[in-house]
Design a protein around this ligand. Structure first.
Ligand code: COA
Length: 269
């Protein structure tokens, strides 16, 4: 620490001591923070003056700013959202505006049911993706497929986001109000036996299973997808030993079409 001596008129010195006392700090602490704040303020002011002098009068709307941010793919090739770093900078209102812009453009859709809310996945969902997909109870029939590390969750989330960005349809994150993520369900574009189809997916947290949530959420997703893509049949490929999944598919109106699909039984509606 260096010592700087400040000379003050007696009256001002009394004032400084009184003020420091009332703030509960030493005169030295008070003087140090006051001087540094003053310097910081003048740097800010200098930057503001420079920005004003360089202003060429061009103005951008919030949509243009968002477009500029959205136009860049992130390191995983996802186009429709800002880079992770930018998203962190886009806090509060700006982040809300970003998602609102996507919803209002019709790029993304959210759904509600009696007990649940469904929305497309976005940054920050990787914890829920990992926790549900790494739980061996959600892969009882294919334990080797359970996630081992968080990178896999980031990759899966990016792939889901890409589906929405490219096709305007994909898998939803399912919430039980107010904000608990209980699972994932939805449909994405796929091809089976040369035909364009909607592939149905569902995976729910073990704690949330057995209460009809999966059926409620998947039914809403199917209804919406059928309205937007009536020409595409809905299919699900199910491991023959996965009784809950097969039962759920049937409950949703799908029927076993072929038992010799390379990845399991093919259900269709
Ligand atoms: C498949 C899954 C989403 C079903 O979730 P869920 O919470 O049991 O679903 P619901 O409560 O909506 O119940 C759906 C139907 O399945 C039935 N079901 C649930 N567990 C069952 C079981 N072990 N055996 C037979 N039927 C079962 C329910 O009884 C219900 O039918 P009902 O209304 O006629 O009684 C859930 O088991 C899961 O996430 N599994 C792991 C992921 C997975 O296997 N995904 C499918 C990949 S192909």
């Amino acid at each position: 620490m260096s010592t700087i001596t400040v000379e003050l008129p007696d009256e001002s010195a009394v004032l400084v001591r009184k003020f420091a006392d009332s703030e509960g700090v030493t005169v030295s602490d008070f003087a140090r923070s006051a001087i540094l704040e003053k310097i910081e303020d003048s740097f800010d002011l200098q930057e503001l003056h420079e920005a004003i002098s360089e202003d060429n009068g061009e103005r951008f709307s919030i949509d243009e700013v968002l477009e500029e941010l959205l136009a860049r793919p992130n390191h995983r090739g996802v186009f429709y959202r800002p880079e992770r770093q930018n998203l962190q900078e886009l806090t509060g209102k700006a982040a809300e505006a970003h998602f609102e812009a996507l919803y209002s453009k019709g790029t993304m859709t959210s759904l509600t049911t009696e007990r649940l809310a469904l929305r497309p996945p976005h940054d920050g969902d990787e914890d829920a993706v990992f926790s549900i997909h790494s739980d061996p109870r959600t892969y009882q029939h294919r334990p080797e497929l359970a996630m081992k590390n968080r990178d896999e969750a980031f990759e899966l989330l990016a792939a889901w986001q890409r589906n929405w960005a490219e096709d305007g349809i994909g898998y939803f994150v399912v919430f039980r109000e107010p904000a608990e993520i209980i699972g994932f369900t939805g449909l994405r574009f796929s091809e089976e036996q040369g035909q364009k189809v909607l592939n149905l997916y569902y995976r729910f947290a073990p704690e949330a299973q057995g209460r009809g949530y999966a059926a409620e959420a998947a039914a809403a997703a199917i209804d919406w997808a059928r309205q937007t893509h009536p020409e595409r049949p809905v299919v699900a490929i199910i491991d023959p030993s996965n009784a809950p999944s097969a039962r759920l598919a049937e409950k949703l109106g799908l029927h076993l079409q072929t038992a010799d699909h390379e990845q399991g039984h093919l259900y269709r509606r």
